[in-house]
Design a protein around this ligand. Structure first.
Ligand code: FAD
Ligand code: SIN
Length: 563
């Protein structure tokens, strides 16, 4: 297959970009499950944007910088904040129905925000956004969506019969067509990674099963710079349910908007505790609240703390938070009369593939947007509801960049001349890319090893690289993950690919990147808390913990499975 623009991922980053790029050429979206399955679809609280005359850009910028604990990139923060209102208008234009109050957008509040500025659709914001975007995609004739296609690796000069670029360039991907079980090559002028986060690297996460960090791992293997992976955000309030370790480990989120509406954290015996940790109490930024809960649980040996939602009001809860109310009721907890058991869970990757203000990676013709990236917006800790906003703003920036480049290349000969040249160029590249070659590999029957390995990675990460860390734990985790990385690579080299094997290969790569980043930061900052370096070190600190892949010479020349 050849396409002008190839987008991997069908969350807010991928879909919003596809709609815009469809004005410039043919867009193909590939996605590993059905198209709605994404972190986006589970987003609850909403999208932060300055939409009220009592609010200011300066205030949203200041709150983002404060949460980011000294590591945010100012230009990136200013970009998302100032473009936020336009993004909200675009979503309304394509049919997103946000909650309203007296005919105006209803503005919620979340931790770390000094103003009410969260635009939401009740407590199902992501689902509503995903619905509207997918509807527009469906009726757009320039966009094709390929569901159950799993991106394996980016096509780089190492996958060419005759290399003609430097070491770092991208021509598309190899993807496993899950239904036919065949690996196909997809060639594109521009490839965009919009593959989301990596919460599945931990035992308990608010992220669905798709969030295995595939884009970060693929980007790393192709030579992208990866940064700040130590900053994994644990959401303070996932619902505590017995037997939660079943299945993928996805846990139900109790939105921070609930605390914004008045709910308060308490110990099991009903005592408030957040005043001991921060003057903003239950509405302090997430790193502070999650650490406080962790500390209270360690002190009491309890498996969870409680969230008192009753303070919001009996009538308001089902109206404002129908999804949360319904779920709690379905497991026998009535939040209008009982306290709700909650515990922190892995939620968001602040680090990822380094991109500039235009979503460009350091690999030619490869862009990235959304949770897969490190744009500099979040620094050491993401401010609530800045993620959907960041994804939209940077996808828009990618569109602007590609559009500008197309115009500049077309020159005086015109855009149609450029577009026909592009067709020829894609054909030449297609013929020069190696077909997938898995000669000598077998259908390994040892599938149990994969599930054991997956479990082991999650346990190592949860035990040693969680909310509170120290050097001994990180070193122990590093040794174990290094060993597993080698074992999994050996297994991968000998085995025909399956979704489970590909996810395992990516999970171990992401675990490695998180630990390797964490080991570089000898201080406590934002989401990275080290017992042996308990203070923030503003004089002697690493700005970004960048990890670059060193390329080894390929063992077998002309091999598609060499990355
Ligand atoms: P995603 O929405 O995760 O989409 C990634 C896509 O890539 C998926 O379609 C996936 O199938 C596909 N994919 C991944 N790997 C491959 C592969 N190898 N091959 C093919 N396809 C692949 N943020 C906010 O700002 N506000 C909120 O209220 C909010 N609430 C949240 C609540 C929950 C429960 C969760 C989990 C997150 C929440 N977040 C929130 C964070 C936010 O939802 C995500 O950061 C954001 O949706 C990421 O969007 P994305 O497009 O980058 O990735
Ligand atoms: C939530 O609703 O608490 C999640 C918001 C976010 O992750 O930004």
């Amino acid at each position: 297959m050849t396409t002008d623009y190839l987008i991997i991922g069908s969350g807010i980053a991928g879909l919003s970009l596809a709609l815009k790029l469809s004005r410039l050429g043919k867009v193909s979206i590939i996605t590993k499950k059905h198209s709605a399955e994404s972190n986006t679809n589970y987003a609850q609280g909403g999208i932060a944007a300055v939409m009220d005359s009592n609010d200011t850009f300066e205030s949203h910028v200041a709150d983002t910088l404060e949460a980011g604990a000294g590591l945010c990139k100012l230009e990136a923060v200013e970009k998302i904040v100032t473009e936020g209102p336009e993004m909200i208008r675009e979503l309304i234009e394509i049919g997103v129905k946000f909650s309203k109050e007296h005919g105006k957008l209803e503005l919620g509040k979340e931790g770390g925000h000094s103003k009410n500025r969260i635009i939401h659709a009740k407590d199902l914001t992501g689902k509503e956004v995903e619905r509207a975007l997918l509807h527009q995609i469906k009726i757009n004739r320039n966009i094709s969506v390929y569901e159950y296609y799993f991106a394996i690796d980016l096509l780089t000069p190492r996958n060419l019969k005759k290399p003609y670029d430097g070491e770092r360039a991208c021509y598309g991907i190899y993807a496993l067509n899950v239904k036919s079980n065949k690996v196909e090559k997809i060639i594109a002028e521009k490839t965009i990674l919009a593959t989301g986060g990596a919460g599945q690297v931990y035992l308990h996460s608010t992220n669905p099963a798709i969030a295995t960090g595939d884009g970060i791992a693929m980007g790393y293997r192709a030579g992208c710079n990866i940064a700040n992976m130590e900053f994994i955000q644990f959401h303070p309030t996932s619902l505590y349910e017995a037997g939660r370790e079943n299945g993928s480990g996805q846990v139900f989120l109790i939105s921070e908007a609930v605390r914004g509406a008045g709910a308060v954290l308490k110990t099991k015996d009903g005592k408030e505790f957040m005043h001991k940790y921060d003057k903003r109490k239950s509405l302090a930024p997430r790193d502070i609240v999650a650490r406080a809960i962790d500390n209270e649980m360690k002190k009491s040996s309890d498996s969870h703390v409680m969230l008192d939602m009753r303070l919001i009001g009996k009538e308001k809860i089902p109206k404002q938070f129908p999804n949360i109310y319904k779920y709690c009721m379905s497991i026998g907890i009535d939040p209008t009369v009982q306290m709700v058991p909650v515990v922190p869970a892995a939620h968001y990757a602040c680090g990822g593939i380094v991109t500039d203000l235009w979503g460009q990676t350091n690999v030619k013709n490869l862009y990235a947007s959304g949770e897969v990236t490190m744009t500099g917006v979040h620094g050491a800790n993401r401010l609530a509801s800045n993620s959907l906003l960041e994804a939209m703003v940077f996808s828009d920036a990618i569109f602007e960049k590609i559009s500008e480049e197309r115009k500049a290349k077309a020159n005086d000969k015109g855009l149609s001349d450029f577009d026909s040249k592009r067709k020829k160029m894609l054909k030449t590249v297609h013929d020069n890319v190696l077909n997938w070659n898995d000669k000598g590999t077998i259908n390994n029957e040892e599938w149990i090893l994969i599930s054991h390995n997956k479990r082991e990675i999650k346990e190592i990460m949860s035990d040693y690289v969680g909310i509170v860390r120290n050097t001994i734990r990180l070193e122990r985790a590093y040794r174990r993950i290094e060993m597993m990385k080698k074992e999994i690579k050996d297994f991968y080299d000998k085995t025909k690919v399956t979704v489970e094997l590909l996810e395992l290969r990516n999970l171990v790569a992401v675990a490695y990147l998180i630990i390797a980043s964490a080991m570089q930061r000898h201080e406590s900052r934002g989401l990275h808390y080290m017992l042996d370096y308990p203070k923030r070190d503003d004089r002697n600190f690493v700005k970004d913990t960048v990890i670059k892949k060193k390329f080894k010479r390929a063992k077998r020349p002309n091999d598609s499975k060499i990355n």
